[in-house]
Design a protein. Structure first.
Length: 211
């Protein structure tokens, strides 16, 4: 099912929505169905954390290098988050798409707007938690954050969630397996369109319609 150009996917969610776990679990499910997909590796100016590898978790670059790339138009989208820069490389993304690989962008709504402006054909989905109570439970995590920090993170999550209607599809992550199946369905569906299937099965179609 890998014939033709890949699709660019924007996946956004509030912190605690389960986006990272879902997208990581999505890739092997898609591979089993013959759909090649990769999660985009962002460029960042922040320092590597223990265990992080350059080119695997992020492309780690300095401030000057990042600014040069902005000036050269090398990013599909970029943002400054708490004094650290993050960006999605345009050339790397285009190369993967040209190879028929779906590319997943794990970005927020502001980055999503930039990508839609640069590549109007990008597809997008938003992941919501099942309730505010569950979201707060997830945000509390190990129970090490103070109430004031949790309140701030909840406010940030609410702001992020308020942009859900800017996306094409919506998944509520109440049950992980159900949400994962819904993501798989969304990613597979475009590859079943008439144009995609005509390209992929051109030989078969010609044989079936031969006089």
């Amino acid at each position: 099912m890998s014939a033709g150009r890949g699709h660019l996917w924007i996946v956004s969610a509030p912190s605690g929505g389960g986006k990272t776990s879902l997208t990581r679990a999505l890739l092997p499910r898609l591979a089993a169905l013959g759909v090649p997909a990769q999660i985009s590796v962002s460029h960042t100016t922040r320092a590597p954390r223990p265990g992080e590898q350059h080119g695997v978790h992020y492309h780690f670059i300095d401030e000057a290098g990042f600014v040069e790339r902005i000036a050269a138009g090398a990013f599909l989208e970029h943002a400054n988050v708490f004094g650290r820069r993050y960006g999605t490389a345009r050339a790397e993304t285009e190369s993967l798409l040209a190879q028929g690989i779906d590319v997943v962008l794990d970005i927020d709504w502001q980055g999503a707007r930039q990508v839609r402006a640069a590549m109007p054909g990008a597809r997008s989905l938003f992941i919501l938690p099942p309730s505010r109570v569950e979201l707060e439970r997830r945000l509390r995590g190990r129970g090490t954050d103070a109430d004031a920090v949790i309140a701030e993170r909840m406010a940030q999550a609410r702001d992020e969630m308020s942009h859900y209607a800017e996306y094409e599809a919506l998944v509520v992550n109440a049950d992980f397996e159900t949400a994962l199946q819904q993501l798989v369905a969304l990613f597979v569906a475009p590859r079943l369109s008439l144009a995609s299937q005509q390209a992929h099965h051109s030989g078969l179609i010609a044989e079936l319609l031969e006089n």
